[in-house]
Design a protein around this ligand. Structure first.
Ligand SMILES: Cc1cc2nc3c(=O)[nH]c(=O)nc-3n(C[C@H](O)[C@H](O)[C@H](O)COP(=O)(O)OP(=O)(O)OC[C@H]3O[C@@H](n4cnc5c(N)ncnc54)[C@H](O)[C@@H]3O)c2cc1C
Length: 299
């Protein structure tokens, strides 16, 4: 007898985990690596590549994250109903690496960009200390929808653009790419010292764009660099773009309109938007006003 999908109990792809800070380490100028552990991570299953998760970070001055409910049916309403000054913020981050320590316990690294003390996640990261606990909704199965990098089997090259918020994801993607695949990557960072060492078996050529200027100026600079580049010819490139939403949209138009890449082969994600907190972006998403990130969507 053959088992069918209806015989197998549904496995929840995501669930709550408690993450305890084990240690921190400064990387480059703008990054802080926070290494988390804790018993609940025994069931954590990162799919690698650009695996993301949602962190719940406590208000300033509060030691650990507390939510009224972590039940999958009730947590959202209970979280939204909390008083503003008590409600933990929810923020998206990337699993830079999941591994086991010498005793077999799971550790997870998350690389935070420190972009100032007034934004909740950056503020929290700047004060992360061993023993502090947060909550996260993360992957319980490796094959999950929060791994956005999905290069088709016939892709013959990978082209990437990332700003600093997406550099942890880009680094994790480079970790996983097979030997020899041609990669052309453009990574935009705020400071010279943010040009972090990257390991890959792929045949990667990386251009670092050290930022100068803000807003339109920064997008314009990235476009100038992309336009001047001459990536080796590829028949079926897969393009992955992530970072500030305006720059990501402009880069998508560049690859589709100026380099004739099939738009269905371009995976693009706005990781943040200049002038908007993640609450504002979530509010747009709940109201159905968020710009589509479907690769098939209009440019
Ligand atoms: C799938 C996904 C994965 C992500 N992975 C990572 C990751 O691994 N590491 C990481 O650092 N970030 C990552 N981000 C981006 C991160 O979620 C945002 O930068 C987030 O806004 C930070 O929250 P905050 O509380 O610090 O700032 P918010 O309260 O959300 O924003 C406050 C203000 O700061 C601005 N702002 C937000 N981020 C930055 C920034 N980096 N530089 C300058 N200004 C900024 C906003 O435009 C706003 O004006 C990811 C985002 C997504 C969607």
């Amino acid at each position: 007898m053959t088992a069918t999908a209806s015989d197998t109990p549904a496995v929840a792809h995501f669930r709550f985990f408690t993450l305890e800070v084990l240690r921190t380490r400064r990387l480059g100028h703008s990054f802080l690596r926070v290494t988390f552990g804790g018993e609940s991570l025994a069931d954590f299953r990162s799919g690698g590549f650009d695996q993301s998760l949602s962190l719940f970070l406590p208000p300033s001055g509060v030691e650990h994250t507390v939510l009224p409910s972590t039940d999958e049916d009730t947590w959202f309403g209970a979280w939204r109903a909390m008083a503003d000054e008590e409600r933990p913020v929810m923020r998206s981050y990337t699993v830079r690496e999941q591994r086991r320590d010498d005793e077999g316990a799971v550790e997870v690294d998350i690389d935070f960009v420190l972009h100032g003390d007034t934004s909740p996640a950056s503020h929290w990261a700047g004060r992360a200390a061993a023993g502090r606990r947060i909550l996260a909704i993360g992957p319980a199965v490796a094959d999950n929808k929060s791994v956005r990098f999905q290069a088709p089997a016939d892709a013959d090259a990978v082209w990437m653009y990332a700003d600093e918020t997406a550099l942890p994801a880009a680094a994790a993607i480079l970790d996983r790419l097979p030997a020899g695949i041609p990669v052309r990557a453009w990574f935009e960072v705020p400071h010279e010292e943010d040009r972090l060492p990257l390991d890959t078996a792929a045949d990667a050529e990386i251009t670092w764009i050290v930022r100068a200027g803000d807003g339109r100026e920064r997008t314009g600079r990235v476009l100038d660099v992309l336009r001047a580049a001459q990536p080796p010819a590829a028949g079926a490139p897969y393009v992955w773009l992530a970072g500030e939403a305006g720059t990501v949209r402009a880069a998508r138009r560049h690859f589709v309109q100026e380099r004739s890449v099939d738009r269905r082969s371009v995976r693009f994600t706005g990781y943040w938007r200049l002038g908007a907190s993640e609450e504002q972006l979530l509010a747009e998403a709940y109201a159905g006003k968020a710009p589509s990130e479907d690769p098939a969507s209009e440019l």
